[in-house]
Design a protein around this ligand. Structure first.
Ligand code: F3S
Length: 68
C-alpha cells in the first residue's frame, strides 16, 4: 500500500506548510492554493501523514492505493 495525497481546494487556505515540509510533493499554485505535483512522492522523502496532520484546515487527504 502506498499513500497518495489529495488537496481539497475548498478547504485550503494557502498556509503553505505542506510545500515547506515536502516541496517535492506539494507546490503552491498561482491561485494561492496547494497542488500535488508528485502523487507518488510520499514515503521516505516525505511523511505525508505528518504533512496532512500539519495542515491547519485538514485540506490534505490521503488515499491508500495498491502498489503495482
Ligand atoms: Fe493548503 Fe494546508 Fe497546504 S492549507 S497550502 S494544503 S498546508
Amino acid at each position: 500500500m502506498k499513500l497518495v495525497p489529495k488537496i481539497d481546494a475548498e478547504k485550503c487556505i494557502g498556509d503553505a506548510v505542506c510545500e515547506a515540509m515536502c516541496p517535492d510533493v506539494f507546490e503552491m499554485g498561482e491561485d494561492g492554493k496547494a497542488i500535488v505535483i508528485n502523487p507518488d512522492g510520499c514515503g521516505e522523502q516525505c511523511d505525508c501523514e505528518e504533512v496532512a496532520d500539519a495542515c491547519p484546515t485538514e485540506a490534505i487527504t490521503l488515499k491508500e492505493v495498491e502498489e503495482e
